[in-house]
Design a protein around this ligand. Structure first.
Ligand SMILES: Nc1ncnc2c1ncn2[C@@H]1O[C@H](COP(=O)(O)OP(=O)(O)O)[C@@H](O)[C@H]1O
Ligand SMILES: [Mg+2]
Length: 357
């Protein structure tokens, strides 16, 4: 079979452009059209500088490739276009054959791929810990009840000094009991029951409860996209997701200037597929940001892993649970952090009444 190069060109998953000797765009594939939100026709004969900016790294990379008259790869370049947030990409620039001034420019986004693979790794880590935690929780409950009962018996005839110790045993066993509850919850592997969920309702409920409780020192602000469609989800579980993230945000900010911002938006560009499944659109975007301490660089790759915590009384199970629930929704969760700004971004699929789930 002779490959149809037109088809290959159109099917390439990355934006690709062909540049003539003047750095004008002579061809753009579909991914490129999508990226710059114009048709190949509209793009024809626009220059790289006019499209991406004369001072852009893309223009610089193209110029450098021309100066070297060879191919060039530039890793981890932030590519920004007008009103969209920049995305991290690898740029490949190569002459299209020898003795030609025609260049191929390939833009390969890396950020999303890396974050997705990270998020998928968490799913696997989460699953392996689920089985163990269920077993442990079960095995720990009985001896714990025994210890607590024995402490109560001892307390009945104890003198003042010993009473302090029996109380200590009781508070600590209660603490372990709570931890077991959480672990057990984490091990709960029942499938989620999906229905139409108004994300704003769930967020409002979470914020209201947070303000009344663990986040009463925090100023909240919300920025909702009023046209946001319903999500396909389990509202109780999503509430738990938002609660865990907001709780961490509140705990990262013990001062009096704590701020948490909750933002929703519609972003149709994000699709993802787990191998073997159909690609799923996850356009509902929920961002929860805080201005707290931030997550140390060394920890950021692991925050979704079980038992990772920086808190003396933390369990490290909050974010793994978030990751597990969002994965069960076919969604994505990722996190970005600098000392002044930590943002958790959740992406969820839209509710479609006709889908039989
Ligand atoms: N908004 C945030 N700001 C700073 N650090 C955070 C934030 N969210 C999570 N973290 C870090 O991630 C760790 C893991 O969070 P989590 O899984 O909820 O466990 P826990 O809250 O029990 O420690 C936290 O201990 C903290 O170090
Ligand atoms: Mg937590």
């Amino acid at each position: 079979m002779i490959p149809d190069f037109e088809q290959i060109w159109a099917t390439l998953p990355f934006p690709a452009f062909v540049l003539d000797a003047q750095n004008q765009l002579s061809h753009a594939n579909s991914a490129a059209e999508q990226m710059v939100k114009s048709s190949a026709k509209q793009l024809r004969m626009r220059s790289v500088a006019s499209l991406f900016g004369g001072n852009s790294l893309i223009a610089a990379t193209v110029a450098q490739a021309r100066a070297n008259s060879g191919s060039l790869v530039q890793y981890n370049v932030d590519v920004g276009l007008n009103d969209v947030d920049p995305i991290t990409c690898n740029l490949h620039v190569a002459p299209l054959g020898a003795d030609t001034d025609t260049l191929l420019l390939l833009i390969q986004p890396t950020g999303v791929a890396q974050k997705m693979s990270r998020s998928l790794t968490h799913m696997a880590a989460g699953r392996s810990v689920v089985a163990m935690s269920a077993m442990l929780a079960h095995e720990l409950r009985n001896p714990l009840a025994g210890i607590s009962g024995a402490a109560q018996l001892l307390a009945m005839n104890a003198n003042e000094g010993d009473l302090e110790l029996t109380e200590l045993i009781e508070t600590e066993t209660r603490r372990i009991g709570k931890l077991i509850d959480r672990v057990e919850h984490f091990g709960d592997d029942r499938p989620i029951s999906v229905s139409a969920v108004n994300i704003h309702d769930v967020l409002d409920r979470t914020v209201r409860a947070a303000k009344a409780g663990f986040a009463n020192h925090i100023a909240f602000s919300v920025e909702y996209d009023p046209s946001l469609p319903d999500a396909a989800g389990d509202s109780d579980q999503l509430l738990q997701v938002f609660q865990n993230i907001i709780k961490n945000a509140a705990e990262a900010n013990t001062g009096t200037h704590g701020k948490i911002k909750v933002r929703t938006s519609f972003n149709s560009g994000v699709k993802f597929a787990i191998s073997g499944h159909q690609a799923q659109n996850v356009p509902l975007q929920i961002e929860i940001s805080d201005n707290g301490t931030g997550i140390p660089e060394s920890m950021i790759a692991e925050v979704f892993d079980p038992f990772v915590t920086s808190k003396s009384n933390g369990s490290g199970l909050g974010l793994p649970l978030v990751s597990k629930i969002i994965a069960a929704h076919g969604g994505l969760v990722e996190c970005d952090s600098t000392p002044e700004r930590t943002t958790f971004t959740i992406r969820l699929p839209i509710w479609r009444p006709q889908t039989d789930t």
